[in-house]
Design a protein around this ligand. Structure first.
Ligand SMILES: NC(=O)c1ccc[n+]([C@@H]2O[C@H](COP(=O)([O-])OP(=O)(O)OC[C@H]3O[C@@H](n4cnc5c(N)ncnc54)[C@H](OP(=O)(O)O)[C@@H]3O)[C@@H](O)[C@H]2O)c1
Length: 325
């Protein structure tokens, strides 16, 4: 069974690994439902959805499949990225939009309360304090239990936390994206805020399933636009896997497991949320918990993947100010 850890000062107890759900969209897909149930059977209780994932379909998926198991889950969702009637995506974290989005999310999730509600992106046209203030009102109204924020800078995290306590910061953090160790993790630790690590497998790079650019499906806009997957950076980044493969063999792990075990070794306040629809991927990822790394092994991995080692930018060309979901 997965270990449980505290999510900042929220009082929530979450599994040390969560389940990223931006691709879990179809409750009719038996394997995806089986993946969720197996995750819960193995003690994973932290599910990461968002209003924008599949334009609401990820939330609806959990609204349909959790049933009685809803009470065993710490259910996270996100607001602030708005899709208009014409399907145009924009960052919109005005108080009115946040209030409306929360009601819509509650309906889709088929629940009375969202355990952890993130501001998905820091808005440019609404003061951050106004957005967080509107979310704090949702806590008062009993629609949301705890607040969190995604893709914030250290200063934005401080401002958000000063407005209402933040239980977590969600940001990209992996062997390819170590920048949070310098600017964000110290602030999280000072303020007792958990760091929820998205993209922990570098969007499947560390899983070993991406050996050529053709392995990225044509419809996968997120990875197709990610600079790390472009021609010039791809071969360089792929070659980095050789070192990871050698290290993984030494500890009897897969490269995906080693990249997750490395994150778990960073502390109980770092919670990776790998996305996986496939049962075999989920099982492999849960196995990362059984690979305790020694400080020496962590140091060797640190040295093999120094900050900036991946080509294509710290976050694959997606800046924290760009819609990034
Ligand atoms: N807040 C934000 O702005 C933001 C941005 C991005 C992501 N997120 C959240 O973070 C979660 C995780 O990030 P992500 O899903 O983008 O990237 P990720 O976890 O690094 O990679 C997910 C990809 O890796 C594959 N995979 C998973 N386990 C694998 C394994 N053991 N071996 C080989 N391949 C494996 C998955 O395939 P299958 O699905 O086929 O199993 C999927 O294609 C998301 O689901 C979402 O909840 C948040």
């Amino acid at each position: 069974m997965l270990k449980k850890v505290s999510l900042g000062r929220s009082g929530l107890s979450v599994s040390c690994l969560g389940l990223g759900a931006n691709a879990l969209l179809d409750p009719g897909e038996a394997e995806w439902v089986a993946t969720v149930n197996e995750a819960l059977d193995q003690g994973l209780n932290f599910i990461d959805s968002a209003a924008i994932y599949g334009m609401g379909r990820s939330e609806s998926f959990f609204g349909a499949v959790l049933g009685e198991r809803r009470r065993d889950v710490v259910l996270a969702s996100k607001c602030g990225i708005h899709v208009d009637d014409a399907g145009k995506v924009a960052i919109d974290a005005s108080p009115d939009t946040i209030r409306r989005e929360c009601d819509e999310s509650l309906q889709r999730l088929n629940t009375d309360v969202i355990d952890l509600y993130y501001l998905h992106q820091v808005p440019k046209d609404t003061p951050l304090e106004d957005s967080i203030g509107a979310m704090a009102d949702l806590v008062t109204a009993g629609k949301v239990r705890n607040l969190a924020i995604c893709n914030a800078t250290a200063d934005e995290l401080r401002r958000a936390h000063a407005t209402h306590p933040m239980a977590a910061l969600q940001t990209e953090y992996s062997l390819f994206t170590r920048e949070p160790e310098t600017d964000l993790l110290p602030v999280c630790r000072e303020l007792d805020i958990a760091l929820v690590a998205y993209g922990p497998l570098a969007y499947a790079f560390f899983g070993g399933g991406v050996r050529s650019r053709e392995d990225v499906p044509a419809g996968d806009a997120w990875r197709r636009s990610n600079q790390r997957f472009q021609d010039n950076a791809f071969d360089h980044n792929l070659a980095l896997l050789d070192e990871l493969t050698a290290l993984a063999a030494e500890v009897g792990a897969t490269t995906g497991q080693l990249s997750l075990a490395w994150l778990l070794a960073k502390g109980d306040d770092v919670i990776p949320i790998p996305g996986s629809r496939q049962l075999k991927h989920l099982r492999e990822n849960l196995g990362a918990f059984d690979i305790p790394l020694t400080p020496d092994q962590v140091a060797r991995i640190d040295a093999a993947f120094p900050p900036g080692v991946a080509q294509g930018g710290a976050r694959g060309g997606h800046s924290p100010q760009v819609a990034d979901f």
